[in-house]
Structure formats: structure tokens, C-alpha cells
Design a protein around this ligand. Structure first.
Ligand SMILES: [Zn+2]
Length: 119
């Protein structure tokens, strides 16, 4: 299930910090092709990935669905609420179990609103 939108179609592994050689579990997240592509565009625009600095190991993971959504929308270029680098660090620092929990909640909200059929 895509951790960014809850979709279950065309889900692939996404490298949170943009480095494909960083294959440790905390750097991997499930993302649908649509979110993966959109995030790739934003990351390229702000220079995260190839030329990025080190991750901040003290970064706080998302504590609520609201924080998670703010980070996700910022990473997808749909919100200016957080700089993309800070959003990447927050998502990176969020434990995998909590990512899945947020993804399920996002999907439930979309299904209730009927927006799951749009993508
Ligand atoms: Zn998605």
C-alpha cells in the first residue's frame, strides 16, 4: 500500500533520501508509481538525492496523521508548509509500522470521500 496516498495499485519501493544504494529498511517505503514520479520531480527540483547533505539523525518522525500529511504533501509539491528536505527527514524518521498505519488512515479517508476512484 502506498504510504503517501493509500493506493494499492502499481506500488513499488521508493528510496526516501533519493539514493538507490541506501537500501537499509528505514530508507525504503512503499509508493505507488504516481506518487513516486511526483516526488521524484520535487526532489530533483530542490536537489535532494544525488547532491544532498547528510540526513539529520535527530529528526522527529511524524507523531500524528496531520504531521504525516503535511510532510507527504510537501514532498509531493502540493504544499509549501514544510521545506521538502524537512519533509524527507520527517518521513525518514517515522517508523515503518507508523507509516503503514498512516497509509491505511489516508486510504480510509479517500474511500469515504470517494476520491480513491480518481487515481
Ligand atoms: Zn500513492
Amino acid at each position: 500500500m502506498c504510504a503517501f496516498c493509500g493506493s494499492t495499485s502499481n506500488v513499488e519501493v521508493h528510496h526516501i533520501d533519493g539514493f538507490e544504494e541506501h537500501a537499509e529498511p528505514r530508507n525504503l517505503i512503499w509508493a505507488c508509481r504516481r506518487c513516486n514520479t511526483r516526488i521524484g520531480v520535487v526532489m530533483a527540483r530542490v536537489g535532494i538525492g544525488r547532491r544532498t547533505r547528510q540526513m539529520n539523525p535527530q529528526a522527529q518522525g511524524a507523531k500524528s496523521l496531520g504531521q504525516w500529511l503535511t510532510a507527504v504533501l510537501s514532498m509531493k509539491g502540493e504544499s509549501d508548509a514544510m521545506p521538502p528536505a524537512a519533509a524527507v527527514e520527517m518521513i525518514h524518521a517515522t517508523p515503518p509500522e507508523r507509516r503503514s498505519e498512516f497509509a491505511r488512515k489516508i486510504w480510509e479517508i479517500r474511500r469515504r470521500r470517494g476520491t480513491d476512484r480518481r487515481s
